[in-house]
Ligand binder design. Sequence first.
Ligand code: CP
Ligand code: NVA
Length: 317
Amino acid sequence: MTVHVLDVADLGQDGLTEVLRLAALPAEAFTGQLAGRGVALVFEKPSSRTRNSSELAVATMGGHPVSIRDDEVGIDRRETAEDVARTLASYHAVVCARVRHHETLERMATAIDGSGLAVPVVNLLSDRAHPCQALADLVTLDQCLGAETFGDRVVAYVGDANNVWRSLAVAAALVGLPTRVASPAGYGPSDEDIAAIAALGGVLEVTDDPAVAVRGADAVYTDVWTSMGQEDEAEARRQAFAGYSVDARLVSLASPDAVVLHCLPAHRGEEISAEVVDGPRSVVWRQAANRMTSMRGLLSWLVRPEGTRGPDGTVGS
Ligand code: CP
Ligand code: NVA
């Protein structure tokens, strides 16, 4: 059955472990894995990191990325999400999309399955999840903290319990990395989120106090207060999130070796201070660079035929 990656949990624990292993391999290990094949990259919303890291990941694997803007395909305006998905799956090895509504991805995956094509759908960010970001986050946390120590570590997320938080929390749960989240009333995790993370065996502490979340943490993570598509709520959100800025005072409560992550784009002076995002504890550029290596790992895992994997991750004959 085709695995569609609409959130990290779709990979399962073994799949996630394998993708992370592949993400650590040099580019040469992937040479030719997408030779003569295409990968569709549909964007209903703007992107810098996701588009560029995905295009380069495909190109370094010998494939041909086709980036497609919202106004070109017009999902559910020019034609239905189902028709867009079936069309793209006729040409491409993988169909990736950044969408306004998570349900669009579900409809695309169902349409492709229904057409009998074995083409996976990958979520490049939806209002619910951002799994490709979470893969890069885990790679970065492994590089900075060491995955073998994850069980004794804690990642504190301060801000909106949004798409980025949700995928990070799910990914952390799958690798046994405890997390905390601090959000103002009305912007924290839903009961459904908390239950889903618990069902994966995740250790999650929920608070409305950033200091409680960050105290002694090994990594501090934040994201924008207003996500793409929420622009009408920006002023209300600025007020609600006052006091939730990741600044030097807050970071001083974390472990002395703590690292600071942000998926970017960042708004200096809002969710993070310039001093912190541009400071010595920030690993945001390493995190951004890891978007490409983790995308290569994911694409390789999705397209490679079972049974042809060499121990070093190269394709067998
Ligand atoms: N972090 C991230 O997804 O960045 P873009 O929105 O620029 O792709
Ligand atoms: N939460 C942000 C992430 C951007 C990469 C958004 O959805 O706009």
